[in-house]
Design a protein around this ligand. Structure first.
Ligand SMILES: *Cc1c(COP(=O)(O)O)cnc(C)c1O
Length: 393
């Protein structure tokens, strides 16, 4: 018999009743260190007082009004995002896939406004993850996710990640934009060469393309800057954001340059829920916390320390772990043993983390963790790995 809750996930037999900071607690009192953060979502951890209060107070006033009226919370959040990023204008939606869909619509329409309606194709990278809607399945390009879902949406071309020559060769007279993740998350925390994004910017300028970055996972402070592209000191034309933006409240956003935003006239795009008062109250609490003086510097220093702790783990267990990847608090641990059982072993030691592609464990804790908490996580990984050392002996 089919379960009432559709079985689209392989779920661990664990249910959490509450959370405090970086910890999740089951009904029977077992504590787990949450280094998955709901897949890079719980940016401020669990039970963050300001986020909780912002949501409760807004819920008591008004949860939802439609976009037929002004929404001061959305105006304030958009203003704060604009004044702290490359962007001139923001569109709010509800998820990463929806943000990416809107981003693709926007670059196509902005090309049409430029007098190039034929420029509709998007160049994406192998190993990308852009979401699960029909068009984003095409952008993601992973046949395993497309199987059985009918014709793949047209208009997306794929090139190897981190390969500028291949990308330049894929550009045609119909290309509208390049869409990439600054660091590929789902496929194993793959960091491109430092020059890659800059070279992409130059190629887009040379051929009249838009640079669209999927910052759904890398954004909102995850790498120690508000957005990961800031490390490359480039100005994208448009980016998508989601995951951490609401601190756990479902939310997405498209941050755009003036040229892109001007192509979106009233009626050209829409959403029922996107940017409602409750979502934006949550988003404001999260962004204000991230923009507090010292917050991002702390993510950088804790992230660097965590990286070193993980490097030591690789040295101690060279038969289990192969390499550390990532930036800030977006880390990948490439493994030599199958990652699924290892993630389960870590869970038995009290650590929650997320498997990713390329046999990699993803460690994406709440941004509020400190060095000691990261050391605790490493100690749990160490114990999980020791079981394998024992097997090998
Ligand atoms: C998670 C993710 C998405 C999809 O976000 P949803 O909110 O699940 O639709 C898109 N792009 C990247 C890079 C992601 O990590």
């Amino acid at each position: 018999m089919i379960a009432p809750l559709m079985p689209t996930f392989n779920r661990a037999d664990l249910a959490f009743e509450r959370g405090v900071g970086a910890w999740l607690i089951t009904a029977d009192g077992r504590r787990f260190l949450d280094f998955g953060a709901g897949i890079a979502v719980s940016a401020l951890g669990h039970g963050h007082p300001e986020l909780t209060r912002a949501i409760a107070e807004q819920a008591a006033r008004v949860i939802h009004v439609s976009n037929l009226y002004r929404i001061p919370q959305a105006e304030a959040l958009a203003e704060l995002l604009v004044s702290n990023s490359f962007a001139d204008s923001v569109f709010f939606c509800n998820s990463g896939a929806e943000a990416n869909e809107g981003m693709v619509k926007m670059v196509r329409r902005a090309q049409a406004e430029r007098g190039h309606p034929e420029r509709t194709r998007i160049i994406c990278c192998d190993g990308a993850f852009h979401g699960r809607t029909l068009a984003m399945l095409a952008a993601t390009g992973n046949p395993a996710y497309q199987k059985g879902f009918g014709p793949v949406v047209e208009g997306f071309d794929h090139v190897p990640f981190n390969n500028l020559n291949a990308l330049r060769q894929a550009i045609t007279a119909e290309t509208a934009a390049v869409m990439v993740e600054p660091i590929q998350g789902e496929s194993g925390v793959r960091v491109p060469d430092p020059q890659f994004l800059r070279a992409l910017r130059a190629a887009c300028d040379e051929f009249g393309l838009f640079l669209a970055l999927d910052e759904v996972q890398t954004g909102m402070g995850r790498t120690g800057r508000l957005f990961a592209h800031e490390w490359a000191e480039i100005r994208p034309d448009v980016i998508s954001v989601a995951k951490g933006i609401g601190g756990g409240f479902p939310m997405g956003a498209i941050l755009a340059s003036e040229e892109i935003a001007r192509a979106m006239t009233p009626g050209s795009h829409g959403t029922t829920f996107g940017g409602n008062p409750l979502a934006c109250a949550a988003g404001l609490a999260v962004l204000r916390a991230i923009l507090e003086p010292g917050f991002l510097a702390q993510v950088q220093s804790v992230g660097a320390a965590f990286g070193e702790q993980l490097e030591r783990l690789v040295q101690v267990h060279p038969a289990v772990f192969e390499a550390v990847r990532g930036v800030g608090l977006m880390r990948g641990l490439k493994c030599r043993v199958p990652v699924g059982p290892l993630v389960n072993a870590a869970m038995h030691e009290g650590l929650l983390c997320v498997p990713a592609g390329d046999n990699t464990i993803r460690l994406i804790p709440p941004l509020i963790v400190d060095r000691d908490t990261c050391a605790q996580a490493c100690a749990m990984l160490d114990r999980a790995a020791r079981a394998y050392d024992g097997d090998a002996a």
